[in-house]
Write a new protein. Structure first.
Length: 270
């Protein structure tokens, strides 16, 4: 599951690439869009289906969007949300090896449900102190951590709920997105604080994506960086650099595929 209570962190971009990476390894993949109102992941899947109908062979995940209940009564709305989510998840789990869930950039009952059912939670985080606030409150003078944020407390609670429900743990990974290529003081401070937080909150860190126009361009065709060669897209230096970032991310998640030869993808690995 890809989650963060702040919008614009790159959740949907990460979800798209994780789903396509797993499809490329020969797995049966399902996707759930819990941010159905925004619908970014849903539109990506629709774009991918449309592009695949133009003579390009593209694997497409089994997809479903779960819309929030419109019931006025809170308990009734939560019951409807739970029933809709659990039905979608159960249906995909019956036919898929992996399910990738995208969540809204805000707190909601549906989002908390997704967190509590996850085996792996990936939290993209833009490399700024504004976005770091989603994980912890940091003293601006001493640069010391004062306390965990609401979102960190939410994940801690969902970890406990998961352990009580089926005695399974949740692997939490924080991605540092939009890293500057310069060794700036802000970047170094962020690294030190995140290292302390990882020990305190129990997550591990991985490098995410830089800010690249290529991600937005590929979205309109329902493509990812894993598709560019087979889809006939002309490779640029931006594509090459972005693919290197993606390989680093997939390796951190244990989902990378070996390169058979220079410039060619190797056979799928499990």
């Amino acid at each position: 599951m890809v989650g963060n209570e702040k919008g614009g962190s790159g959740k949907s971009t990460v979800a798209m690439h994780l789903a396509v990476a797993l499809l490329g390894d020969g797995f049966r993949v399902g996707t759930i869009d819990l941010d159905a109102r925004q619908g970014t992941l849903t539109r990506f899947v629709d774009n991918r289906k449309a592009h695949g109908g133009r003579g390009v062979t593209l694997s497409v995940p089994q997809h479903t969007a779960v819309h929030r209940s419109k019931a006025d009564d809170l308990r009734a709305a939560e019951a409807e949300d739970r029933a809709a989510f659990e039905a979608a998840l159960a249906s995909l789990q019956e036919h898929c090896d992996f399910v990738v869930i995208d969540t809204p950039g805000s707190d909601s009952y549906l989002s908390r449900l997704g967190h509590s059912h996850a085996d792996v939670i990936v939290t993209p985080l833009n490399d700024s102190f504004i976005d770091l606030d989603i994980l912890a409150r940091v003293n601006g003078e001493s640069m010391e951590i004062e306390r965990p944020s609401h979102y960190s407390e939410l994940l801690w609670e969902q970890k406990k709920q998961r352990a009580l429900r089926d005695r399974r743990s949740i692997d939490w990974i924080v991605l540092r997105n939009r890293l500057s290529h310069l060794d700036a003081r802000n970047k170094r401070q962020m690294g030190r604080i995140l290292e302390k937080l990882s020990q305190r909150l129990g997550f591990r860190m991985a490098a995410g994506f830089s800010e690249r126009v290529v991600f937005r361009e590929l979205f309109l065709k329902g493509l990812t960086l894993l598709d560019v060669k087979d889809a006939g897209v002309e490779m640029t230096m931006s594509h090459v650099a972005a693919r290197a970032e993606l390989r680093t991310l997939l390796d951190a998640l244990g989902l990378s595929r070996p390169e058979a030869t220079a410039g060619q993808e190797g056979p799928a690995s499990s």
